[in-house]
Design a protein around this ligand. Structure first.
Ligand code: ARG
Length: 609
């Protein structure tokens, strides 16, 4: 469906041109004085300069013309030359009826659907998901769903960190724990076991232990009163272990069969767990690829960069200059190979781009990661374009997000100062919501548990998405789970409330068929209609700007408008049947729009709460 603002603009255009003014002045915007009007046009002021007339005279002429049409119930010219507009009630009602009749609620599909790769999630295999990965998953899922709702071919890739030193650390820690395993027997020639030599909980213990082992801190030991002699010993052991881990990583990367077998086990066990965790977040990926998949492309891409004269040696490393004359600050070259010959994070991302080009020929790329990775992505995008791995005008965007902080304003930690694991965070929220639901004691414990999960996820996601992504925000569980204010639960509560009215209406023997929406009977009803009408506009803008917070703001406004309307309208006791049907139709439409929005944000509403 055409957007309301576009329709108004068309009407304005014909009025402007009929009065002899260029149509470029006929711009319609939402009113910034809702007490006076619903929409406005400020074009007479600009036209005044071009035509050397008084703005108010132009506004008056245009208004005269507009009054000949049927779109507005009010059009006024006000000093110095504003055109204030109110939509005709029948027109607004008509728009509602069209939205209600359209299964896409008036949202148009993109004329030219694009293939867009969304790189988000970015979990690191064998390391537990922590809150740092939460934002990438939550924001990325929403961006992907927005694009999909608009008809684009969105390809979500989790892009696992599955090729780094953590693999060598795990292998060596496993050797220390279970030296009898065939993977560590150099003379073993049989087939390696199909079953993994660890469970997920062991794996989750193996990595942090190994990581600590490799990073012995003499200072900490000193504080604990460990003798210097002992410290020297521990330090040497730590160094030796770290060296083994590096070596194991190198051997794995060279394709050493026993380590490759372990790697597959790590991947399988870890992926199964990640799928479960992402699933709990209502996040799912089309592709479960990772940095390891890029490795096959790296030798050729490095050669290519050398052959094109783009890569050169600098202090033993191989680098590509990416600075451009228009840069406001100096950007360092992109290192594509370290002096020891190892590839890096950037090289992996370049290899991944080559693979994606080959597999999907995308029209655009969107990466969602911590904003501290901005330089990395600038470097990668520039090298990819310079080298021709993608076309020079490829749309490559980086959506960098800020940090989730605790109430103390510092990065969110557990009570004892550790990194909070995502599943614990989710469990905490669910528990808090459960307590809140049980306070009312209207549902059974089992239902409350299920509802708490649904509401908890909404609280968590909305708490995150309602902030502009690039900003840091404070994780405030009490605020997030509140049923009042700008929160996930408040919006869900609105949906649940509408569902309950619709149920009661049906229980009274009425059906939800042929619900023709009539012109608004009150200011509050009109405001609700105009808010509903913004849906297609909001979704398109939010996607174009990759700004889920705009959808959050919209559903909050819409919920408020519904609640204001509902507050002074007695729907269920209304005796005029046609009027009642109209209201039922309108609130059902409000619910459908809210539902479509939360679906795009990646959460759902329960039946009751
Ligand atoms: N695994 C990375 C991390 O934990 C994030 C990956 C982001 N995506 C990318 N293509 N580099 O920091």
């Amino acid at each position: 469906m055409k957007k309301i603002l576009a329709m108004i603009e068309e009407e304005l255009k014909s009025a402007f041109t009929a009065c002899g003014y260029e149509e470029r002045f006929a711009k319609a915007v939402l009113s910034n004085r809702p007490d006076l009007c619903e929409y406005q046009c400020n074009g007479a002021m600009a036209a005044a300069k071009a035509y050397k007339k008084k703005p108010i005279d132009i506004a008056n002429e245009v208004v005269e013309k507009l009054r000949e049409g049927h779109m507005f119930s009010m059009c006024d010219a006000v000093m110095p030359g504003f055109i204030n507009l109110k939509l005709e009630g029948g027109f607004a009602a008509d728009y509602m009826n069209q939205m209600a009749a359209d299964e896409r609620l008036g949202l148009e599909k993109a004329e030219n659907p694009l293939t867009i790769v969304v790189d988000y999630g970015g979990a690191n295999v064998a390391k537990p998901l922590h809150v740092g990965h939460l934002r990438s998953a939550v924001i990325g899922e929403s961006v992907k769903r927005m694009g999909r709702a608009l008809g684009h071919n969105m390809i979500g890739d989790v892009h696992l960190g599955d090729w780094g030193l953590q693999m060598g650390l795990i292998i060596e820690e496993l050797r220390d724990r279970k030296p009898e395993l065939p993977y560590f027997d150099e003379s073993f020639t049989g087939e390696y076991p199909a079953e993994a030599p660890f469970t997920i909980s062991e794996l989750e213990d193996i990595y942090p232990t190994a990581s600590k082992k490799a990073k012995f801190k003499a200072e900490d030991a000193r504080k604990d009163g460990v003798s210097e002699e002992e410290i020297a010993k521990l330090e040497a052991a730590s160094k030796a272990f770290a060296e083994r881990a590096h070596q194991a990583t190198r051997r794995l990367q060279e394709g050493y069969a026993p380590f490759t077998a372990i790697w597959h086990h790590i991947m399988n066990v870890s992926k199964a767990d990640l799928k479960k965790n992402y699933g709990n977040l209502n996040v799912d990926f089309d592709l479960w690829k990772g940095e390891s998949d890029a490795q096959a492309y790296i030798p050729a891409l490095i050669q290519n960069l050398i052959d094109q004269g783009l890569a050169y040696e600098s202090q033993g490393a191989l680098v590509v200059d990416i600075a451009e004359p228009t840069d406001s600050k100096e950007l360092p070259p992109c290192i594509v190979r370290k002096s020891d010959g190892a590839a890096l994070y950037a090289t992996s991302d370049l290899g991944t781009i080559i693979e994606r080009e080959k597999d999907f020929h995308p029209d655009a790329y969107i990466y969602i990661a911590d904003k501290r990775q901005e330089l990395h992505f600038t470097q990668v995008f520039r090298v990819a374009k310079k080298a021709g791995f993608v076309k020079p005008d490829m749309s490559m965007s980086f959506l960098g997000f800020g940090t989730m902080n605790g109430k103390d304003g510092k990065p969110f930690k557990t009570r004892d100062g550790g990194v909070m694991r995502l599943e614990h965070l989710i469990a905490d929220i669910d528990e808090a919501v459960y307590q809140r639901i049980m306070e009312n004691r209207t549902v059974s414990e089992d239902e409350a548990k299920e509802t708490a999960k649904v509401v908890g996820l909404a609280a968590l996601k909305y708490g995150d998405l309602s902030n502009q992504a690039a900003k840091d925000y404070i994780f405030d569980i009490d605020r997030f789970i509140s049923f009042e204010g700008n929160t996930g639960p408040y919006n869900l509560y609105t949906i649940v409330r509408i569902k309950s009215i619709l149920n009661k209406y049906q229980e009274a023997g009425q059906t939800l068929e042929n619900l023709t929406i009539l012109p608004a009977a009150s200011e509050a009803e009109k405001a609700l209609m105009l808010e509903i009408a913004k849906y297609n506009d909001v979704l398109e803008t939010a996607f174009a700007e990759k700004a889920p917070h705009k959808i959050c703001q919209y559903i909050y406004d819409l919920s408020n408008d519904f609640n204001r309307f509902y507050h002074d309208t007695k729907i269920l006791s209304e005796e005029n049947r046609e009027q009642q049907k109209s209201w039922i139709g309108l609130i059902r439409l409000a619910k459908d729009v809210l539902n479509a929005c939360i679906q795009v944000l990646g959460f759902e509403a329960p039946e009751r709460m």
